[in-house]
Design a protein around this ligand. Structure first.
Ligand code: GLU
Length: 256
């Protein structure tokens, strides 16, 4: 399968902004193994701003654009250094691609991006993509990496998008507030209002579920399943690829 894996900042870093070494090592090992088993892997990784904040020793995540963009410039280096080191241990080659909304909107640049991705896969590298936060402006921002993950999946006609998050998946209500919240293992109807109408405080406004629904909708346009899994258990990645019951699967691809 051709698999796009999106990794969020909270999975990569501790609250301090410093690398969560144990977790990231396990995730890179599982991804390397899946690639060794014959799957094509593309990563969409957040963490540039978060890791930049940690490395620069800033007290909080900055609010102003120029500090955020400066932090991203520092953190993106750190991020690629870590991926290069960890994937290198398993003899995998990484490639960095930083894009903006413009690169998606402009059809000839989008085509170049897709072509480069395909060529990198032929060359057996692992493309690692992030938004180019240092030059993104409000007008052209993609904004969140769930959406970017889905855009990338569409660009390469992926079979599966795995969203690695800090939550097990979509719940019937917010599990941090409601002890009776239940994990929804499969979603086939991508109308999020159905979940919002589900009573007892929906999960949609929290934990980034709105952007995850949007991402699932983009994937559904070309018949690609999306799965949300928790990065705390990197073995979930194997289950997601093997089609086992894990996290929340937005099921649109009837063949998988
Ligand atoms: N591009 C941002 C970063 O690397 C992350 C955006 C997101 O996580 O949605 O910090």
């Amino acid at each position: 399968m051709r698999i796009v894996i999106k990794i969020g900042t909270s999975t990569l870093t501790h609250a301090t902004g410093h690398l969560n070494i144990r977790q990231v090592e396990k995730i890179c090992k599982a991804i390397s193994d899946i690639k060794n088993a014959g799957h094509e892997i593309i990563l969409v990784s957040s963490g540039a701003i978060g890791m930049g904040v940690g490395k620069l020793g800033l007290v909080d995540r900055p609010d102003d654009v120029s500090t955020k963009q400066a932090a991203a410039a520092v953190g993106q280096c750190e991020l690629m250094y870590v991926y290069d080191k960890l994937f290198g241990e398993y003899n995998h080659i990484v490639a960095q691609l930083l894009i903006t909304g413009d690169d998606i909107e402009n059809s000839s640049r989008h085509e170049k991006f897709s072509n480069t991705l395909s060529r990198l896969l032929e060359l057996r590298a692992i493309p690692i993509i992030n938004e180019n936060d240092t030059v993104s402006t409000e007008e052209i921002v993609i904004g969140d990496n769930d959406t970017l993950g889905a855009i990338v999946a569409k660009s390469v006609n992926a079979d599966l998008l795995i969203v690695i998050s800090d939550i097990d998946g979509l719940y019937t209500s917010d599990p941090r507030l409601d002890p009776d919240a239940e994990l929804i293992s499969e979603v086939t109807d991508l109308d999020e209002s159905k979940f919002a109408a589900g009573g007892s405080g929906t999960k949609l406004g929290t934990g980034g579920m709105v952007t995850k629904f949007q991402a699932a909708k983009i994937c559904s346009e070309f018949g690609c399943d999306m799965i949300i899994i928790n990065g705390k258990k990197p073995e979930n990645i194997y289950d997601a690829v093997d089609g086992k019951k894990v996290g929340t699967r937005f099921k649109v691809n009837k063949n998988v």
